[in-house]
Design a protein. Structure first.
Length: 193
């Protein structure tokens, strides 16, 4: 059993196996879990959307509540471990979790038949539409502000020292904006308009 948890890949596969076993048990108990059923695919999309969202917001909060405030406390000779190893990997998962969350959310809204109504903030889809627009703003910040500036700040793209400092400041500001927007965006999850 310990071997499962010594590898992230095996841990993820084990989690998926547990999910499948639970779905089989639910189906055997008379639950609505028919693979061809539209309800099944809605469940699967919602699960994927929420899972990606948890990863995205979890990493956003990690950057804002843990990594950024801790950096001044780390001795200079140890900072490359963060900037050259941990941050680039975390940013990879961060931006792709953002992409998965937005794409899966749009697919889910389309499958539920309210994509246009939500995006145009029609009643009774105002709440989910606001969440979608906040998520879209946050996604755009990740891909078009945070990531391009973090590449400069982390030295992935070579720039002058002044531009590196300015890029770090821009990325940090966009990240803080996303942290602020994550609060009302997450509030909308599961609550009526």
């Amino acid at each position: 059993m310990g071997a499962i948890f010594q590898s992230l890949g095996r841990t993820i596969v084990a989690g998926i196996v547990v999910l499948i076993v639970l779905l089989i048990i639910l189906a055997a108990m008379g639950g609505r879990v028919a693979l061809g059923d539209h309800g099944w695919w809605l469940f699967a999309m919602r699960w994927l959307h929420v899972t990606a969202g948890v990863m995205w917001i979890g990493l956003l909060w990690y950057f804002n509540f843990v990594q950024t405030p801790s950096m001044p406390k780390i001795p200079d000779e140890q900072k490359p471990a963060i900037s050259k190893v941990i941050a680039p990997t975390a940013l990879f998962w961060f931006r792709w979790a953002a992409m998965a969350t937005i794409v899966l959310g749009l697919i889910l809204a389309l499958m539920n038949g309210y994509l246009v109504q939500a995006l145009t903030l029609q009643k009774p889809f105002t709440s989910i539409g606001l969440g979608a627009w906040l998520g879209t703003i946050m996604w755009a910040n990740v891909w078009f502000v945070i990531w391009p500036n973090q590449k400069k700040a982390l030295g992935i793209v070579t720039v002058e020292a002044a531009e590196k400092a300015a890029a770090a400041k821009r990325a940090g500001m966009a990240s803080r904006i996303n942290t602020m927007l994550s609060i009302p965006m997450c509030r909308r999850c599961g609550f009526p308009a």
